[in-house]
Design a protein around this ligand. Structure first.
Ligand SMILES: N[C@H](CCC[C@H](N)C(=O)O)C(=O)O
Length: 283
């Protein structure tokens, strides 16, 4: 199986061009290629497929083989791959995902995509659609008991579920312990991606993320969008201008246009190497 290793500010995936390749069992392949010792090493697998309703389709799998409905860092790399490898030859493209069609604007430098702006669609705040179990219609700064400690969470979906928690110091967070406790909490029937956020100023936040199905990653695009929305809703940032979200792997610019109720994410995409791996033994 031919693949291309790419990343969006350190959130790295193995990409397969399914205009040319066929991947029979993507969950098993995702688990194998993601292993950083016995495989290629990545946060998961992303298939770039032909589409009848968009320029291409993104099909995303986490490190544990579970399928994700949307991937912000991933879709920027899908757009870069599609342009750089000749699937498309235009700078405004559409990508179909499990959470709907997304529209992207590409910045091309020296014939290659360097930066991508994505219309990530509207945030979902209704508890039962996220889903999160709550008596409230929306979960904004509501208490949740996690391992006997009360955390105040804001729940947002960008096509995938996110729980946002604000803290004074995220650098010394024992994320390996608290991350799984949130991920598998009974309040989240489909599990959850959890973002731990420190507010820097009214235009800047800093975050770490424990991803559903992948653990701590260096960045999460949908998570950064969910954090920007939650930060506006909780009055932590100025909602009239873009928010700089600082992640371990780099920064993303996120703007929630309240008039349109659309979230825009702008950030880089990078290709690391092309390769080939035998996955024929996987059933
Ligand atoms: N890293 C991705 C999010 C993956 C979400 C996945 N962990 C799930 O929802 O199951 C991003 O950049 O948006």
């Amino acid at each position: 199986m031919k693949f291309t290793k790419m990343h969006g500010i350190g959130n790295d995936y193995v990409y397969v061009n399914c205009f040319e390749e066929t991947v029979e069992n993507p969950s098993a392949v995702a688990r194998y290629v993601s292993d950083r010792h016995f495989g290629i090493g990545s946060d998961g697998l992303i298939l770039i497929k032909p589409s009848k309703i968009a320029d291409c389709e993104m099909d995303m799998y986490n490190l544990d083989g579970s399928q994700g409905a949307m991937c912000g860092n991933g879709i920027r790399c899908v757009a870069k791959y599609a342009y750089d490898y000749g699937i498309v030859n235009k700078e405004h493209i559409s990508v179909a995902t499990k959470s709907g069609i997304k529209y992207l604007d590409l910045t091309v430098e020296n014939g290659k995509v360097s930066q991508v702006k994505v219309n990530m669609g509207s945030p979902i705040l209704t508890a039962r659609q996220i889903p999160v179990v709550s008596e409230k219609e929306e979960v904004i700064n509501e208490p949740l008991d996690v391992n006997g400690k009360i955390y105040y969470i804001t729940a947002v979906s960008m096509g995938n579920p996110h729980a946002i928690v604000y803290m004074d110091d995220i650098d010394h967070l024992d994320i390996e312990k608290i991350g799984p406790a949130f991920e598998n909490h009974v309040a989240f029937p489909d599990r959850v991606n959890t973002e731990f956020v420190e507010v820097i100023d009214e235009h800047t936040v800093k975050m770490r993320v424990w991803e559903r199905g992948s653990g701590e990653t260096l960045a999460c695009g949908t998570g950064a969008c969910a954090v920007a929305v939650a930060s506006v809703l909780n009055g932590h940032v100025d909602g009239d201008s873009p928010v700089t979200v600082k992640l371990l792997g780099g920064d993303l610019q996120i703007f929630w246009n309240r008039q349109e109720n659309l979230v825009y994410m702008t950030g880089p995409a990078a290709t690391v190497f092309d390769g080939e791996i035998d996955v024929s033994f996987l059933k």
